[in-house]
Design a protein around this ligand. Sequence first.
Ligand SMILES: [Fe+2]
Ligand SMILES: [Fe+2]
Length: 204
Amino acid sequence: MNKYYKENIIEDIDATLVMNPFFDEWYAIVKDILASDEFQKRKLFWHHHKLSVWDHSILVSFKSFLASKYFHADKKICAIAGLLHDFYPYTWLYNKELEEIDGGIYLSRLDEKRPLFKKHGFTHAKEAAENYIKYFPELEDKKITNCIKRHMFPLNIIPPRYKEGLIITSVDKLNSVRELPSISYVSTIVKDKAIHLLFEDIDS
Ligand SMILES: [Fe+2]
Ligand SMILES: [Fe+2]
């Protein structure tokens, strides 16, 4: 068994979520995804600034699930599509531990030179929508697919078709603003890698 993988999934979920009164209801919906080897590899995918795709996706899923109750949306769609919205197949940030898995296939896009509109920020929503069906075909659903595929609106110009998709794209953006690093850290990055920040690191 690989070191990122845990049988006891709860150990790798933020305690504030686990203690939430709605945690068990959410967990029952997403448990099988969280238990899968492929999804647990997202602990090794950096979302940005040392936050993993695993942590980010769980937060978006749980908050979208909670929002579904308020907005009378489908809680199952919100929980599942929220969890899988960034389930793209290749990492866009280097992590040494990923190099040691499956011959480094997850890092194979890092050195590719791609035109602006083929960069991660523009393409990962569509890739995630295809990748989730590859690994979780039993969950294939047109609403889930649309929520994932359209979550990068307005960077991807077509908006989500369903209420659940609007919830997920909103929660994703609000969450990403909170995850932003400090102003001084951003200043350093902007100084050193302005173009990279603008055109490579577009993700939410
Ligand atoms: Fe995203
Ligand atoms: Fe995201």
